[in-house]
Write a protein that binds this ligand. Sequence first.
Ligand code: SIN
Length: 294
Amino acid sequence: MKVTSSTETLGATIEGLDLAKPLSQGEFDLVLRVLGERGVVRFPRQKLTGRQLADFSARFGKLEVNVANAFQEAGVPEVMILSNIVENGKPIGLADAGQDWHTDMSYSSTIALANVLYGIKIPKRGGKPLGATEFANMHAAYDGLPAEMKRDLEGMTVLHDFNKFWEMMRREKGSKRPPLTEAQKKAKPPVSHPVFLTHPITKRKVLYANPGYSIRINELPDEESDRTLEFLFRHQLKPEYRYAFHWQEGDVLMWEDIGTIHNAVADYGPGEHRLVKRCQVMATMFYSERREEQ
Ligand code: SIN
């Protein structure tokens, strides 16, 4: 195996691993360490079935079955299909997944440890890949906060709501997603998490808030909460915290969701096809699973 760092901010490539085969303990330990240290890990030249993608992902924790309950791989509901391809008039995947800054599953009682995405079709224009996935480093964002803000917000909690991102996509991005049903909303009520978490792999503090799902800081009056969240959302996207990953077909990209936020760049048209399969891994390795409750 060969590990290469991508940029100073985030990212690494691990070569020489066939993810279709079960990982040895040594391989697993290395992947987890690199994931913690580099946040985003690329495994190039993979060839995986949906089942193999789910089996690899499940080594790292329990897999989430997305509450939207759509575009699941046949027989493997933990694998969600993200795609703009339409076959016989029917979309084969969720076309606009993640197309703004967010952290997967910050809206869940048991938060996500990682996303694992397998790039099957990547659009290109003029030889250059489109549909990058951008990241921002929340270890660096915490470190870069003013000292008084770190002190004042310590111990406070942020409320996260699945419906915020869903509605934002419908309102601002022309998404064809239907509104969430009452049953879907009930299955994912807003939940609170500390605004600063100690990262379970690095043991360093991270800023755990994101524009996609965070709706208020519970301990502050409304106006101050809005102002503080606006500040945090701007701060966490400073260019020096950011890293853009440009896909190649056959890449498996794994990133950890506690110390990063991400954004799927929608710079390709309907005729430029993207097909990616995704698993979301809960942080059950580090936190015991909690029921959804307020
Ligand atoms: C996601 O937010 O999980 C999707 C990211 C992507 O498709 O690049």
